[in-house]
Design a protein around this ligand. Structure first.
Ligand SMILES: [Zn+2]
Length: 253
């Protein structure tokens, strides 16, 4: 299974009238940074239309880049106008006029709304172009043209102060990404796999590395052969986390 993430717009685009430090094009790129690994943990292959925050491919490029993918998710936050608005706070997911992916669009809209605690009910809708023969939104239309189900996720409104403040928290974006990945995984029948650390060199996380080095030095952890960075650990994420907790508790001192 392969997913294309399209973080909407580009760096600095669409400042929030509620809090100018919020920029839709920058913040949705940040969300992509959490969503990509969250999806990968379920075994999805993930590509992104923007590899750098400065990138701003055309809608045609974004849509057609998804060729060969099972799904394109375009990440956005909505706006009522150019003014701050204290009432409009809801999630909307646009999916193709062909109605492909309707159940996923519904599930995503509900999950995003409950994670963000938005005020009004979430919506999952299609939008026809004025000729009534194709999708209104270019990114969905171009994705459909290459056979891919494209969706636009509007993460409430950056004209709403509370929603904007919520989206400015990294912890919240991480939770949002985890929730979205879980919904997509459930829809496609993918299961989360535990991260494994085969060799010492795989342990790059600053939270784990000092404990592992300490335990190897003390001989509490012996490994299964190899030496240096190639010392074979064969440890899962849960095991490493537990060792760090015990280390913090002073068990190895
Ligand atoms: Zn947008």
């Amino acid at each position: 299974m392969k997913i294309c993430i399209d973080a909407g717009h580009s760096i600095g685009y669409n400042p929030s009238p509620a809090d100018p430090t919020y920029r839709e094009g920058t913040r949705m790129f940040d969300l992509q940074g959490f969503l990509k690994p969250a999806l990968e943990r379920y075994g999805f292959e993930v590509i992104c239309t923007r590899s750098r925050v400065e990138d701003n491919p055309s809608l045609y490029t974004r849509g057609t880049m998804a060729k060969g993918c099972d799904l394109l998710l375009s990440l956005h936050s909505n706006a009522v106008s150019n003014e701050r608005n204290d009432t409009v706070d809801y999630v909307r997911v646009y999916y193709p006029v062909s109605r492909r992916g309707q159940a996923l669009a519904k599930a995503l809209s509900e999950t995003i709304a409950s994670t963000m605690s938005t005020v009004q009910q979430p919506q999952f809708v299609v939008r026809w172009n004025s000729a009534g023969n194709a999708d209104y939104y270019g990114v969905i239309r171009y994705a459909c043209a290459v056979g891919v189900c494209g969706m636009i996720l509007e993460h409430s409104f950056h004209t709403h102060p509370r929603a904007t403040e919520w989206l400015l928290s990294d912890d919240n974006l991480r939770r949002l990404a985890e929730a979205e990945a879980a919904v997509v995984a459930q829809y496609y029948g993918m299961e989360e796999s535990e991260m494994r650390y085969e060799r010492l060199g795989d342990v790059k996380n600053d939270a784990y590395r000092p404990t592992v080095e300490k335990l190897l030095k003390l001989g509490f952890l012996r490994g299964k052969g190899g030496s240096g960075e190639d010392t074979v650990l064969d440890l899962g994420e849960d095991a490493l986390r537990l060792l760090v907790i015990l280390d913090r508790a002073g068990v190895f001192d």
